[in-house]
Design a binder for this molecule. Sequence first.
Ligand SMILES: *Cc1c(COP(=O)(O)O)cnc(C)c1O
Length: 457
Amino acid sequence: MASSAAQLSKWDRRYVWHPFTQMQEWEREEPLIIEKAKGPYLYDTRGNKYLDGTSSVWVNLHGHRHPAIDRAIREQLTKVAHSTLLGAAGPPSIMLARKLVNVAPKGLTRVFYSDDGSTAVEVALKMAVQYWQQQRPPQQQKTEFIRLDAAYHGDTVGSMSVGGVSLFHERFRPLLFSTIALNAPYCYRCPLNLRFPSCNAACLDPLEDVLSKRHRHVAGVIIEPMVQAVAGMMTQPPGYLSRVRELCTTYHVLLIADEVATGFGRTGKMFACRHENVTPDLLCVAKGLTGGYLPLAATLTTETIYEAFLGEQAEGRTFFHGHSYTGNALACAAALANLDIFKKENTLANVKKKARLLQQLLKPLESLPIVGDIRQCGLMAGIELVKNKETREPFPLADRIGHQAAMECRRQGLLMRPIGNVLILVPPLITSEPELRRMVKIITKSCLTLCRTAVQG
Ligand SMILES: *Cc1c(COP(=O)(O)O)cnc(C)c1O
């Protein structure tokens, strides 16, 4: 028997510690408890219905309770839920690896499974370092990583090390290995005070500079291709990613593409790297891999890197890494069904169409006094709210303007999760045109409400 909403609310606050959440505040408020969902809608225990404006934090693609994914999981349950990939294989993980290689950028031919975005990144970092150690002659000194400011690659110690979100990472700095950080292409607040395209992507000059000096020590460059999502949907100018690829090739360092957020159609292509015809040396995927159903991740790599790990046992070239649930059968079955839907429902073409519509819908928001910048790539959009439109002065974080806007949206039936002063809209790919219109209408209304209070206050 299901417990009552009031009971659940009490027990949540009594027993559960929520991620990225100030629990003192949480305990004071009535928690939102989602008990079911369908398509792009979520339903709470009080019978309220919400549009899922975050795709349940960027994981859901084809909607909740998609019949094909539901069915695939049920069918797999009649066989086996999980068996280990250590010393054994399983049909779903085999089939999925083959399918992933088929849809991935050309040249990525090997699939290493793990459980979430953070572990997919850990795997890539470790593979990169060990790869260089196993060159003939060995290049033990290639252990450094180059990353961008405001980068986000996960919350485990290795993935935090290549991250640059000070609010999350700074206090753990003593635990983290050091990295070489470069300016991110934040065009709205260009660190070099230049403008694209006349700037010629000058923010990339330091990459060439540091590579030319330190490439003998650099294992790889890690990047979120096309969009740094957690940074506030920071979009990269055209040519940026392909230039990074070019420089990595020239200076013999590996390119690690973290497509945990951008993968699987989110940007209008299967992978964001495809926008610039780039093949990374290592590709990390997670979030959308199972269509938002189950935790599963993968690190894809090239035949060249894979072969560097081959040898007799005694040579010690084995990649000693793995997790208990690596290649979980239920998750792989969900992922297979998830990928099948792309063809059956013509998902990528639909995303392109809807992304154009979303761009048109968001355009009028530019005229609002608190909207500074709108950034979008496919069906991921960020609306940066500013205190002063002319000077681009940000709202103090303590004002929690993004949070206020999100709460306004929730009252009108749209669930949002802002990042600082940036409102983030990441709708499920199946969101219909009328539903997209409704989402933007709610966001507009919420911003207007805030304009009034922000002006008064
Ligand atoms: C979410 C995210 C991660 C971390 O994934 P988890 O599954 O939360 O560990 C890593 N990289 C990017 C780009 C992400 O958006």
